[in-house]
Structures are given as structure tokens and as C-alpha cells.
Ligand binder design. Structure first.
Ligand code: MN
Ligand code: MN
Length: 264
């Protein structure tokens, strides 16, 4: 009897050892701005959640980037929780962006990691409604081609069994909104690396691995257009943001993937 309890405990411990930490899971391809979790690094502050990882920018009131894995295991049947709220895990003395900062601004509270990518349980879905995962997005972008691209990503997972590593964020500044002066970006960018073999992680990235990068103006001018026309190279987004994406991918493979523009 005692032996059986010991065995159960041993298995539990062993399982814990093999479970990948969220930082490794969502940052499998790298930490593009070398964000750290030191509060003194307030404009490149690393936040690790089970559902996604991000670099927060206190001056901007938004993330610099949010990074997340997407495969079949994240998808289920949970409804949108719609519980937009400040992230109380930010350092205690920092002002927290609140949902009402966006009210009457003309901009949507645009998810960076989409609600639809986290539907296996209520907790996961709810985590996407934290304000640190929002950027002020033009409604024509958020509800139009940006949403289409999010659905396209999920279709790669559900129809083709792919595993995606996605990273997205705001770039530039048009103005600020709300009492916490949240910066409205000029562009929204996103990089999607598409792996054939779920679970392969960074080792699954080869020179012929498909990657999609887009840079979309955060402007009503995009109304009625398709996300495909905003495709750019990863190199271009690296130049404009100053980040190094795919930094854990061997340099020769990284260079090859980053110079291409997806045309599928
Ligand atoms: Mn959205
Ligand atoms: Mn790179």
C-alpha cells in the first residue's frame, strides 16, 4: 500500500519535470527584445503567463510584443469571457491601464493574443482579456483583416494539424488615449511561424519552414482589404522594431526564413 503511494508521488514529480515551463513554450523561438522581469526594466518588462508571454512597456501602456504557441491542445469550446480588466500582477506602484481608458476613443480594445486562440477552459480564455494583452486598434482593422488572419491561423491548426509560434505587437505612435495615456500605434505587426510537426519546437524550424509576417496600418484606409497584401519579410519588421525574432533558430536558417515574403 505504502509502495503504491510512493509510486504515485514519484510519477507526479516526474510529470512535473517533463512539463514545459510557459516561458520555454511561448518563447521557444526566442525573446526578441531580451525582456527581463526586473521592475527597473519598465519599458521592456517580461511577463510570463501560462497562456502567453509578453514584454510590457509602461510608458506606452501596451505590450511591446506578445508571444504564444498555438496548436490543437489550446482549442476547445469555451465562449468569450469578455472580462476586460487591469493586470494586477504588474508591480504594485505602477499605474494600470483599465478598460475605460479605451472608452469613447474610437479605438477597439484589440486583443494581441486572440480570445479565439485560448478556448480549452475558462481560465485560459479569461487571461486574454487582461489589458496588458490589448492594443488600441482601429475597428476596421480589428474586426476586418486582422480577425481574418487570426481565423486563418486557427484553420492551419484545425484543418492541417500545424503548430504555430506567433508574435505580434504595436509599432509607432499616432496619439494617446485615456487617463493612462495609452499609445495608439501606427501599425500592427504579426509574425507566424508554421511547423508541420507539433511538439518539435525550435528544432522543427528548417530553411523551408513557412512564415508569414504582416505590417498593417492601424487606419480606416484598410477597410475591405485582405491581410495578404500587407505581407512583408521578417527582416523588415526587425529593422523597424529593432527586435531580433527567431533568435534561437540557427543563424543560417534564421537568415533564410527572415528574408522571404510569404506568397502562398
Ligand atoms: Mn481582435
Ligand atoms: Mn532574427
Amino acid at each position: 500500500m505504502k509502495l503504491r503511494i510512493f509510486f504515485a508521488l514519484f510519477c507526479l514529480l516526474l510529470g512535473g519535470c517533463f512539463k514545459t515551463a510557459p516561458s520555454e513554450l511561448h518563447l521557444a523561438l526566442g525573446n526578441p527584445s531580451k525582456a527581463t522581469n526586473s521592475p527597473s526594466n519598465s519599458d521592456n518588462y517580461l511577463m510570463i503567463k501560462p497562456q502567453y508571454v509578453l514584454s510590457y512597456n509602461k510608458s506606452k501602456g501596451t505590450a511591446n510584443w506578445v508571444s504564444w504557441q498555438l496548436n490543437q491542445s489550446w482549442l476547445g469550446k469555451v465562449d468569450r469571457q469578455n472580462d476586460f480588466r487591469p493586470d494586477m500582477t504588474l508591480p504594485k506602484d505602477w499605474d494600470k491601464v483599465v478598460p475605460t481608458d479605451y472608452t469613447n476613443s474610437g479605438f477597439d480594445r484589440g486583443h494581441i493574443a486572440p480570445s479565439g486562440d485560448r478556448t480549452r477552459n475558462i481560465e485560459d480564455n479569461s487571461s486574454t482579456f487582461l489589458m496588458v494583452n490589448m492594443m488600441p486598434q482601429e475597428p476596421d482593422v480589428n474586426r476586418g483583416l486582422w480577425s481574418d488572419l487570426e481565423s486563418y491561423c486557427r484553420s492551419l491548426v484545425t484543418r492541417e494539424g500545424k503548430e504555430l509560434y506567433i508574435i505580434a505587437g504595436p509599432e509607432g505612435s499616432i496619439k494617446t488615449i485615456g487617463k493612462n495615456r495609452v499609445v495608439v500605434p501606427q501599425f500592427n505587426w504579426k509574425i507566424i511561424v508554421i511547423l508541420d510537426q507539433p511538439g518539435s519546437g525550435v528544432r522543427g524550424v528548417k530553411t523551408n519552414t513557412r512564415a508569414i509576417a504582416v505590417k498593417v496600418p492601424n487606419s480606416p484606409s484598410v477597410k475591405g482589404t485582405n491581410w495578404r497584401q500587407y505581407r512583408v519579410s521578417i527582416d523588415r519588421i526587425e529593422q523597424e522594431t529593432g527586435y531580433d525574432f527567431l533568435s534561437l533558430v540557427p543563424k543560417s536558417i534564421q537568415d533564410e526564413i527572415e528574408k522571404k515574403i510569404d506568397n502562398k
